[in-house]
Design a protein around this ligand. Sequence first.
Ligand SMILES: [Zn+2]
Length: 391
Amino acid sequence: MTHGRTVALAALISVPFLSLAGGCDSGADDGAGAGAASGCVTGSCQPWQLCQEGQCVPVQGRCDDGADCVLPEVCSAEHWCTPPPGPCAGVDCSGNGTCAELGGQVQCVCDTGYEGSDCDVCADGYVDFGDGSCVPDPCESFPCEEHRRCDLDLQSRATTCVCDDGYTGDDCDECTDGYFPSGRDCVSEVLFALPLANPAAAMIDLPVIGFDNNPAAGSSDLDCESYLGQPFPFCYDQHNGSDFMLKGGFPTMDAGSTEVRAAAPGEVIEAHDGEFDRCRVDILTQGIVCPGYDYVTPPNFVKLLHGDGKQTWYWHLKRSSVLVTVGQYVDCGDPLALVGSSGLSSAPHLHFVVVTADGDAVDPFAGPSSQPGSHWVEQDGPDGLPGAVCQ
Ligand SMILES: [Zn+2]
């Protein structure tokens, strides 16, 4: 058996895949000198070469009469040296990538602008105008004003700004049906932020003493069902809100307390101040007493109305701390007052209530015992509390 190792390289020029040849560093184009090139990447060597450890090296081939050969040699006038079928045989990457064996897995390394296991879809920021190629999306560099997004017409390739979902009008500043104004935004439902500051978890004691999801009156105050189905102290009987207890109690309140903040943008519909703010639980009777009074004095409180008709109520505020007046609009996070212990309050805390547009107090927390949807923007935020993030 003879192997013609002298046939001119020119004979290979007719091999179709030669047209795929990438740029190989100088010195490698003769195809014979192993290791002549350096700095290659997969796909950048000549078709009869492989990029191995940064160098283009010839491919060990096989003559079709069974003998070994090294590309780009040919075996004889009748027999060609062809590469053995590698793991990438039959993988075409849609013409938009290069097959490679990476970490023991055969996969397509897609060209810029393409993604998917076969490199047959456009990556984010790229668009197909119908000819199957992915080009940079003109909308990526087409700025639109607030509450608008860029819209691309694939036929004309024209870009325009259109209103975001939920917004309408010439200035995209009105809400469509099913959306409600909330501050400067339109939302399908108003969601709430933690209505308190809690720097470094220093201000609020856990657990949150929550809403009672069992509406029946229990046999004791402790007979209740939290959103997770837990009993006291995660709730108490017929509690219609969530209690955020001030860490350290009265001494913390006297040292400046902590801010109660608007849980969402809204209008102040009620505000009351001026009441005694040191009511507490009586150790002996377990009842609420307001020292100096022979009755439970009224609470200081604020109520907000939100764009979707829901209300949030903020109870037991510190005397002379209420900062807002009826008719005022507040933004999410605006301070309303300080935590206190006015009214039917066992210790300084915020009693926070979410009321639906139908007038029902509901548990803001989603759970198996409450409802599937949370009224918080971020129910499981830092420090075991809802997040202080606004919608
Ligand atoms: Zn409460």
